[in-house]
Design a protein around this ligand. Structure first.
Ligand code: CUA
Length: 313
């Protein structure tokens, strides 16, 4: 039945772990709309015939009992709540990256997709992933707003300049799937296409080990030295002009405005590009903006370096 609906609605294959659940919600919405429409037209038909005006029959002026109306209202509300509940659990699952996901940094620009793997490898318009393992993509843009869309995985996320957004998916079948840009980004928008190549885990392992590259965290370490980050940030836990990077990633940071923020990819990148927006409490606003100086992959590499500085070895 699932397959029948999918073909009937011209949907692409369900190639990720969440695709089928998304589709079931989609079928439910369409099915409910059809059912309600059918019932409404059916009732109109009955009323048109049964209560039509004709000699000897006065137009009735009855009223549905109040109890029936309340029952109907409560029922509708319950259906809506169930629907919302299912949608909410799906949304939560889509937004929560499972632990142990492979992290791939993605930089969008007019009009291509650039992928940077944890081992430092680069590719353009082609993302290779292993089947059965969650992959998190950390998205940023070099110019305008784009949107990373993989229809077969049923995932889509806006890609913003100077910000990091993320998305995760687990491929269930080996194969090649389209990546589209789903946000109009200029004259080449329709040509801004890429592909995800989902490989069997052993093929993927062989492929990735065959690439000779420098791990992204090592690249980040070199970059943070050459850009002068390490003049203000230590990596051994000692506070200096800026907070130490040791144990920074993933920690809860008190801000100068009294709020708290988790030091994730998005926050760390924002702090490089726009340091004054969310200032760490207790530190002076000394840091210059690196907007326009650090490219997306460079910022990503520095984040990977900060991420590698965990408190527990
Ligand atoms: Cu990038 Cu449309």
């Amino acid at each position: 039945m699932n397959e029948g609906f999918r073909i009937g609605l011209y949907l692409p294959p369900q190639a990720s772990t969440i695709a089928r659940r998304i589709d079931v919600l989609h079928y439910t919405v369409i099915g409910a709309a059809f059912l309600v429409a059918f019932l409404a037209f059916f009732m109109i038909g009955i009323f048109l015939i049964r209560y039509r005006e004709r000699p000897g029959h006065e137009a009735p002026h009855g009223h549905i009992p109040v109890r029936a109306e309340i029952t109907l209202a409560v029922f509708t509300l319950l259906v809506f709540l169930v629907w919302w509940g299912i949608g909410f659990t799906q949304f939560r699952d889509i937004r929560t990256t499972p632990p142990g996901a492979i992290r791939v940094h993605v930089v969008a620009k007019q009009w291509m997709w650039q992928f940077v793997y944890p081992n430092g490898m680069n590719s353009e318009d082609e993302l290779r992933i292993p089947v059965g393992q969650p992959v998190e993509v950390l998205l940023t843009s070099r110019d305008v707003i784009h949107s990373f869309f993989v229809p077969a995985f049923r995932v889509k996320q806006d890609v913003l300049p100077g910000r990091v957004t993320s998305l995760w998916f687990t491929a269930v079948n080996a194969g090649t799937y389209d990546i589209f840009c789903a946000e109009f980004c200029g004259t080449g928008h329709s040509r801004m296409r890429g592909r995800v190549i989902a490989m069997r885990p052993d093929d993927y392992a062989r492929w990735i080990s065959g690439q000779r590259t420098t791990p992204l965290a090592t690249v980040g370490e070199r970059l943070s030295a050459s850009f002068g980050c390490l003049r203000c940030h230590t990596i051994d836990g000692t506070p200096h002009l800026g907070p130490s990077w040791l144990g920074l990633y993933g920690s809860k940071i008190p801000l100068s405005n009294g709020q708290f923020v988790v030091a994730d990819d998005a926050y760390l990148t924002e702090s490089m590009m726009d340091p004054a927006v969310k200032l760490h409490a207790g530190y002076p606003a000394l840091m210059p903006s690196y907007l326009g100086q650090l490219s997306g992959p460079e910022a990503g590499a520095i984040v990977e370096f900060i991420r590698s500085l965990r408190r527990h070895p």
